[in-house]
Design a protein. Structure first.
Length: 136
């Protein structure tokens, strides 16, 4: 049974849509260190629902499909409309891993005025990810 004590478990779970969700799961692991938590198959080899974990954080994702949510990828829109920020202990090591895996870095590793060391990168389908030492 999960611990539902406030602060013990995240209560915010972003979800993303990918044309090739299986490739995205592999890439998110290789580049950003996410671990596959679960994958539920959909029709025709698609992914109906998947979860990847980094530390206590979980991101849900699935194969792109039309439906009531109408989620589109940044590539389809030709723009990024949001991003995901992830706390990491060692931004330098995380940055090096992402660069080695071929991540498209859009903000180089830097120190900010608010005390964070961070960078931002896009995944292969254009979603914006920021990683740093700032912990809200």
């Amino acid at each position: 049974m999960p611990d539902h004590t406030p602060g013990a478990t995240p209560n915010l779970f972003p979800f993303l849509s990918y044309h090739d969700a299986r490739a995205a799961i592999r890439w998110l692991g290789d580049a950003f260190g996410f671990e596959e938590k679960s994958v539920h198959a959909g029709p025709d080899g698609t992914v109906a629902h998947a979860e990847v974990r980094l530390g206590q954080g979980v991101v849900m994702l699935g194969s792109r499909k039309d439906g009531p949510l109408g989620l589109k990828t940044p590539g389809e829109l030709g723009a990024v409309t949001g991003g995901i920020y992830v706390f990491v202990e060692d931004a330098d090591a995380h940055y090096a891993r992402a660069v080695a895996a071929g991540a498209e870095v859009v903000i180089e590793l830097r120190d900010t005025d608010y005390g964070s060391r961070e960078y931002a990168a896009r995944d292969p389908e254009g979603n914006l990810w920021s990683f740093g030492t700032y912990l809200p």
